[in-house]
Write a protein that binds this ligand. Structure first.
Ligand code: APR
Length: 180
């Protein structure tokens, strides 16, 4: 079957990412991969905190903009790709490039591990303070660009927790996908 173009392989969803039965969900982690609040806390709880913490410990941390993989344990997802977004300060500290790198590296790790369906949360837009609109544009455009070069990835779901974020992301998807 021919590979669909990038925007046709991307969807905007609302919900709790821990319920997504995909090959890999992506976690918005910290450099120590130590677990935390927000989506990280939800993923650790749902996967089984003790076993995920032990798997993360063996990875020896992760630098900002990079990504590492573990099993999904009790999750419906087979794997968890842990990526570390930038803490947003004022936009002049390489935040955009680091955020784009999270999405690109997560996709590369997915390909290396034969993960064909992925779900991303809105990395860095919670505790790390990245302005939502800007972060969502970077997320969608980076994944669209990456999917050009990763034909084995069949579908990427972008999962937004709240209704307001979901609706803003839908508008950004419509805008960016219309430009091609
Ligand atoms: N499903 C999907 N999205 C979620 C969920 C969930 N269950 N829970 C929270 N979110 C959303 C938030 O609404 C936010 O838009 O995830 C987005 C990212 O927010 P955070 O989880 O705060 O992640 P981030 O801003 O990248 O900060 C990472 O938070 O808990 C710590 O260990 C983590 O130190 C790291 C930091």
């Amino acid at each position: 079957m021919p590979t669909l173009p990038p925007w046709s392989r991307m969807t905007i969803q609302q919900g709790d990412i821990t319920t997504f039965a995909v090959d890999a969900i992506v976690n918005a982690a910290n450099t120590r991969l130590a677990g935390g609040g927000g989506v990280d806390g939800a993923i650790h709880r749902a996967a089984g905190a003790a076993q995920l913490q032990e798997a993360c410990r063996q990875l020896g941390g992760c630098t900002t903009g990079d990504a590492k993989i573990t099993l999904g344990f009790n999750l419906p997802a087979k794997h968890i790709i842990h990526t570390v977004g930038p803490v947003y300060s004022d936009g002049s500290r390489n935040e955009a490039a680091l955020l784009a790198s999270c999405y690109r590296r997560s996709a590369e790790v997915a390909v290396e591990n034969d993960c064909r369906t992925l779900a991303f949360p809105a990395i860095s837009t919670g505790v790390y303070g990245y302005p939502f609109e800007e972060a969502a544009r970077i997320a969608l455009q980076t994944v669209a660009n990456t999917l050009q070069m990763t034909p084995t990835i069949e579908r990427v779901d972008f999962v937004f927790f709240g209704t307001a974020d979901f609706e803003r992301a839908q508008a950004i998807y419509a805008d960016l996908s219309a430009r091609g």
